[in-house]
Write a protein that binds this ligand. Structure first.
Ligand code: ADP
Ligand code: MG
Ligand code: MG
Length: 246
């Protein structure tokens, strides 16, 4: 489903990704772990097409299509969803407006009919309810005044509404207390665990992987995948640390 081959990328002319190769088949969740500064967030930004993150070599395909040739909005319309380590605040735009506009833009790009206001609100209520979030929160400006945990939850509500084919989730567990972690973990499973979907779950900690059990775990060190294994690798890392294990 997602194929990354020998990916090299620079930020401000500094090489950050140095030949990263990784495949996530449809129906699987793969975790990426690694020390701070390894390039995990950079990988997420490169996949999303964020300006300033320059790909200097390599390829990325999603369902066989050349992802790197697409504009960020085209990638989203192709079914790619990004959850950010540091979600942005957008004063003046409510989450409802933002998500509805994003959803309808994607539906138009795919030649599907837009959702009416009433249909959208019904959907938003249902998804917010699943994530234990009051839909009233989504009437506030995007992420403004949200706690770290609320931002992550709101992001999962957005993912539930968008129903992407592939999600790259960057430290979705950061800022979550243990109850929120369970709810968000269950949300990821409910929304994304399907034979035709896939997830790249970037995390520092094993604890999220207790809820969202990965098919594979990869260690990213200095811009490359240095080790891959089954779920047990995450436990090994938790015990031994990156220096010893990877
Ligand atoms: P991780 O998510 O694994 O902690 P990042 O991808 O955030 O790592 O960062 C990888 C490296 O790239 C770090 O050394 C970081 O300082 C550098 N980096 C990230 N963004 C920028 C930027 N905008 N300008 C310069 N260096 C950056
Ligand atoms: Mg970091
Ligand atoms: Mg990061």
């Amino acid at each position: 489903m997602l194929n990354i081959t020998d990916l090299h990328a620079t930020v401000a002319d500094k090489p950050i990704l140095n030949g990263l190769t990784l495949s996530v088949p449809a129906g699987e969740v793969h975790a990426i772990m690694g020390p701070n500064g390894a390039g995990k967030s950079t990988l997420a930004y490169v996949l999303g097409g964020r300006p300033g993150y320059e790909v200097t070599a390599g390829s990325v395909t999603l369902d066989g299509a050349d992802l790197l040739a697409q504009e960020p909005h085209e990638r989203a319309a192709s079914g790619l969803f990004l959850g950010f380590q540091y979600p942005v605040e957008i004063p003046g735009v409510s989450s409802m407006q933002f998500i509805r506009e994003s959803l309808n833009a994607q539906r138009r790009a795919r030649g599907e009919a837009e959702l009416s206001g009433a249909e959208f609100i019904r959907l938003a209520k249902a998804e917010a309810g699943e994530l234990g979030m009051d839909v009233e929160m989504l009437k506030r400006p995007v992420n403004v005044g949200f706690s770290g945990g609320e931002k992550k939850r709101a992001e999962m509500v957005q993912m539930g509404i968008m129903r992407p084919r592939f999600a790259v989730l960057d430290e979705t567990d950061s800022g979550l207390d243990i109850d929120a972690l369970r709810i968000v973990g269950a949300g990821i499973n409910r929304i994304m665990r399907a034979p035709d979907r896939g997830v790249l779950l970037i995390t520092h900690y094993q604890r999220l992987l207790d809820y969202v059990q990965p098919n594979r775990v990869h260690v990213l060190t200095a811009g490359q995948i240095t080790r891959s294994g089954g779920p047990e690798l995450a436990h090994e890392l938790e015990r031994g640390g990156y220096a010893e294990v990877a």
